[in-house]
Design a binder for this molecule. Structure first.
Ligand SMILES: [Zn+2]
Length: 261
């Protein structure tokens, strides 16, 4: 077995058999790695702390011929969820972790260097746990992951006629990730297109060339946040077959989006 020192973010962690844990790691050096930590379920064992979800750690990783790695040693560097008492924020952080596992496990993504995603992920986790408007950060992370799923947003030209947008488009075409101008939209479309508000278009234009690292503080109305997130989620699910359950759960928990009761 070969060994390698890696910097890793624990994205998922679950019990495996009686005593062990199985984790999905985002490593700076090797991208996404699924690894087993023997005896990590037993309290007081050295690997129990480095297999907590949303923890950043330095690990000695064993890798064989198979896809599964083995965590040999580790020390935790940062525990992102430490002190996070708000279940909604925690749910958004877990949704980001799930999103990365789902997109980075895609065959197209495996060939890429994920070091930039590693930095984006750390910033995004801090932001959703500490700042308001977590859905904008989740959306920014989704956009940063799009290239790894073979997706892109075109905010420059109409998805139908190719004319540069002089005014905000009125519809959004999920298949191509582009706006559709008023003239083309009025001719009726057979493809999947959604109405898009001016506010949501402004946010999309802001996010398209960005990553969470460079996002800065953004103030967006909750309804606009949700609209942007819904359009981006539709792009992932309809074009790449990736549906994000954790994100759905987080939005159901979010008091801003609860209706009725
Ligand atoms: Zn057009």
């Amino acid at each position: 077995m070969q060994t390698q020192r890696v910097q890793a973010l624990v994205l998922t962690s679950r019990p495996w058999q009686e005593a062990h844990r199985l984790v999905d790691l985002l490593t700076r050096e090797r991208g996404l790695v699924r690894a087993i930590a023997y005896d990590a379920q037993k309290p007081q064992k050295p690997l129990s702390s480095v297999t907590q979800v949303l923890t950043e750690c330095n690990l000695l990783l064993g890798t064989g011929d198979g896809e599964l790695g083995v965590i040999i040693q580790g020390t935790s560097v940062a525990v992102f969820q430490a002190g996070a008492t708000d279940p909604t924020r925690l749910a958004y952080a877990l949704a980001i972790a799930e999103m990365i596992v789902r997109v980075a496990a895609d065959e197209a993504a495996v060939r890429h260097d994920l070091a930039a995603v590693y930095d984006d992920c750390k910033v995004a986790l801090r932001r959703v746990l500490d700042q308001d408007g977590p859905l904008v950060t989740v959306s920014a992370m989704m956009v940063a992951l799009f290239p790894y799923a073979g997706l892109a947003i075109d905010t420059e030209r109409c998805g139908e006629c190719g004319t540069p947008h002089m005014s905000p488009p009125v519809r959004f075409r999920v298949a191509s990730g582009s706006g559709v101008c008023r003239e083309c939209a009025s001719q009726g479309a057979a493809r999947t297109e959604w109405p898009i508000s001016e506010g949501a278009w402004r946010v999309l234009r802001h996010l398209a060339p960005l990553s969470p690292v460079r996002l800065g503080r953004v103030h967006v109305k909750p309804a606009t946040e949700q609209e942007v997130c819904r359009l981006l989620s539709a792009m992932l699910s309809e074009n790449a077959g990736i549906s994000l359950r954790g994100l759905h759960v987080a939005q159901q928990l979010d008091p801003r989006f609860r209706t009725g009761k």
